[in-house]
Structures are given as structure tokens and as C-alpha cells.
Design a protein around this ligand. Structure first.
Ligand code: YXS
Length: 259
């Protein structure tokens, strides 16, 4: 049974995450199917893609598959990590991706949603950034994305507290482009998608790539990059990182001692 379902109608692609047993955890298998679906939509000249969870999902996605996080000593969000690869796929697609969100969004799934171009949510949408809860050092490209979407202080609060941002506040903070009643989420989303399909795909593709380049245009010297990598290595080499994963697997709260 595929973890990803796809549909393409009138230039509007739909990619549905469908692994309810694991709360749409972004496992390597689910992500491989998702990347394949994005590539196929590009081949079939979709003009806009809607990324959503299966109908009735209480959890849009529970984030990176914790059971697939690497053992301590390896970067948990390296360039070739499956989550990082799908984030790049979404960024480099020539057509806009709309995240249609009902339910809770966790960790790397927040980054996936924020990497989409437009987010439309219902009142039960909420966003929780979990690295600090798991002892994971988030990566610079992800931190920059959250800074761009939220602004520095709200991004810090989201990462440091690992507390949920509920739908209304997410709309106020600019995470959600639109907050609409659950009953009209689908109609509203596809109406906006239809609107995009009437505009020039060439113009939109050029502007989407320009937005990507401008949003990432933060100068980072090699020395700055190496310092960040050194800070991150200390964390993913730590006992806290090991404890974060172990506590999840043992279904208990983590006990971090900062070593
Ligand atoms: O015990 P079984 O085998 O039935 O499996 C359970 C969960 O273990 C599994 N599951 C996951 N497995 C791997 N990775 C996940 N992220 C994940 N989430 C869930 O799915 C089965 C049902 O889960 P259960 O019983 O907890 O469901 P629930 O409805 O009571 O609660 C739903 C959640 C989402 C509140 C709960 O599953 C949860 O808290 N999941 C973890 C959310 C999270 O911490 N995600 C961050 C993953 S790490 C990540 O994204 C980045 C590395 S970072 O942290 O840096 O952002």
C-alpha cells in the first residue's frame, strides 16, 4: 500500500501522505515516494501542487522518522538525509506547492510545510518544532528558513520551547497564509490553486526561483560555516542526542544533563 497517493487534474497536482499508522512520519520510504511524485508531476507539467495528509488526519505529519535518526556521531540532518533531500526538491520545483494543513505538524514536517510556497490551514492545525526535545542540532538552512518565515525572536521561541504554535497564532505570525474553517479548507485550497493555474507558469517559475535565491542570500563565510558545524557536531556527539532518541523509543520524557 503506497504511503503517497497522487492525482493530477486540470494542471493541479495533489500529493497525499497516507501512512496513518505512523502518523505520516517522514520515513525514507515515504519520502522516496514523495520525491518520485513531485518529479512525476513536473514531467506531467502540473502548474501547482497541493501537499496534504489523508482525509480526517489528526496529524498532518509527525516529522522525521525518529527510528531512522542516525546513531550519535553522524549529522542527523546532513545534506543527503532524506528529509533534507525532499526539502530541496520542493524548493527547486518550478511550480508553487501549497501545503493544505489540518492537524498537528511536528519537527521536520514543520520544515517541509514552511518550505512549501503557500500554507493554508484549518483551526486544528498546529506546529511544534522538536529538535530541543530530542537533543537534535537543527541545520543552518532550516534555521534560516524559520527566520525568514517567522522572524528571529519567534523562530527562537519555537525552537527553544518546543511548544506548539496553534493555528490562530500561526496565522498572525505569517506561517499560515490563510486560516479557514475545516469544512471549507479543501474548497478554499483548490480555488486558490485554480487561480494560480490561470497565470503564466514561466513567469511564476522565474519568480519562485528568484524568491529562493533572495531568501537564501545570507552571506556565510567558510569560518562561520565551520563554527556552526563544530557547534552542531558537539550536540550530535552528545549523550543528550542519544537520550533524546532513546526517550522517544521508550515512550518517556527525556532527561537531559547537558553532556
Ligand atoms: O508504537 P508504534 O509502533 O505503534 O508507533 C507509534 C509511534 O512510534 C509512531 N510514530 C513515529 N515513529 C517514528 N517517527 C516519528 N516521528 C513518529 N511519530 C509517531 O507512530 C505510532 C503511533 O504513534 P502514537 O501512538 O504516538 O500516536 P498518537 O496519536 O498518540 O500521537 C501522535 C503524535 C504525533 C503526538 C506522537 O506520535 C508524537 O509525539 N510523535 C513524535 C513527534 C516528534 O517528536 N517529531 C519529531 C521527529 S524528529 C524531527 O522531525 C527532526 C529530526 S527535529 O526534531 O530536529 O525537528
Amino acid at each position: 500500500m503506497p504511503f503517497i497517493q497522487t492525482r493530477l487534474e486540470n494542471h493541479i497536482g495533489t500529493i497525499t501522505m497516507n501512512h496513518p499508522e505512523h502518523r505520516n512520519a517522514l520515513s525514507e520510504v515515504l519520502i522516496a515516494e514523495m520525491i518520485e511524485a513531485f518529479e512525476a508531476m513536473k514531467e506531467q507539467k502540473a502548474r501547482v501542487i497541493v501537499l496534504r495528509a489523508h482525509a480526517g488526519a489528526k496529524v498532518w505529519s509527525s516529522g522525521h522518522d525518529v527510528k531512522e535518526l542516525p546513531t550519535p556521531g553522524r549529522d542527523p540532518l546532513g545534506y543527503e538525509d532524506s528529509l533534507v533531500r525532499v526539502l530541496r526538491t520542493v524548493q527547486y520545483l518550478t511550480m508553487p506547492v501549497i501545503a493544505m494543513i489540518g492537524g498537528s505538524v511536528w519537527g521536520g514536517a514543520c520544515d517541509l510545510a514552511f518550505t512549501c510556497d503557500i500554507l493554508i490551514g484549518s483551526p486544528d492545525a498546529e506546529f511544534t518544532m522538536t529538535p530541543a526535545k530530542l537533543g537534535v542540532p537543527y541545520n543552518p538552512s532550516g534555521l534560516l528558513r524559520f527566520m525568514n518565515v517567522l522572524g528571529l525572536n519567534s523562530a527562537k521561541e519555537m525552537f527553544f520551547t518546543a511548544q506548539p504554535v496553534q493555528a490562530e497564532r500561526a496565522h498572525l505570525q505569517g506561517i499560515l497564509n490563510h486560516l479557514v474553517p475545516a469544512a471549507s479548507l479543501e474548497t478554499f485550497t483548490y480555488e486558490l490553486a485554480r487561480n494560480i493555474t490561470c497565470n503564466s507558469p514561466l513567469s511564476i517559475a522565474a519568480m519562485k526561483e528568484s524568491f529562493r535565491l533572495l531568501a537564501n542570500a545570507s552571506p556565510l563565510t567558510p569560518n562561520m560555516f565551520e563554527r556552526i558545524q563544530g557547534l552542531r557536531r558537539k550536540v550530535y556527539d552528545s549523550g543528550d542526542y542519544r537520550e533524546g532518541i532513546q526517550s522517544f523509543l521508550e515512550k518517556r520524557p527525556p532527561v537531559f544533563n547537558g553532556e
